[in-house]
Design a protein around this ligand. Structure first.
Ligand code: AMP
Length: 116
């Protein structure tokens, strides 16, 4: 059996996290190393999606739900009015470090473009 990722251990409550939203499909919690005043990770509970590159038509409903949750969490944390950024690092070149699909919701400051 494959070793659990850190995010699976967070889902299973084996390690603590600062959860801001949870339902049967997904979990949102503060990033341990925030890159902005608000930096939350929104993840599906399923372990079958290691990155965006694993997403297929079968996952349309789940991914849509996650984006609706991102919108709600942005409101809950007070960053919706000023604008925010949603990032999903996919694979080695994009610096993905945890092989469990996740979306960074970051806000509370101005960002630049292009990203680094
Ligand atoms: P990525 O580099 O896109 O794979 O993002 C992984 C993110 O997970 C990074 O921003 C880390 O700071 C964050 N992270 C790693 N371990 C934890 C943890 N135990 N609790 C919260 N966030 C974490």
């Amino acid at each position: 059996m494959e070793e659990k990722t850190i995010f699976k251990r967070i889902i299973d409550k084996e390690i603590p996290s600062n959860i801001v939203y949870e339902d049967e499909l997904c979990l949102a919690f503060h990033d341990v190393s925030p890159q902005a005043p608000v930096h939350v990770l929104v993840i599906p509970k399923t372990t079958k999606l290691r990155s965006l590159d694993d997403v297929t038509e079968d996952d349309v409903q789940l991914i849509g739900h996650i984006f609706a949750v991102i919108r709600e969490v942005a409101r809950q944390l007070g960053i919706a009015d000023g604008g925010y950024r949603v990032v999903s690092n996919c694979g080695e070149h994009a610096c993905q470090t945890v092989p469990h699909l996740h979306f960074h919701l970051i806000g509370g400051r101005d960002f630049t473009w292009p990203p680094g």
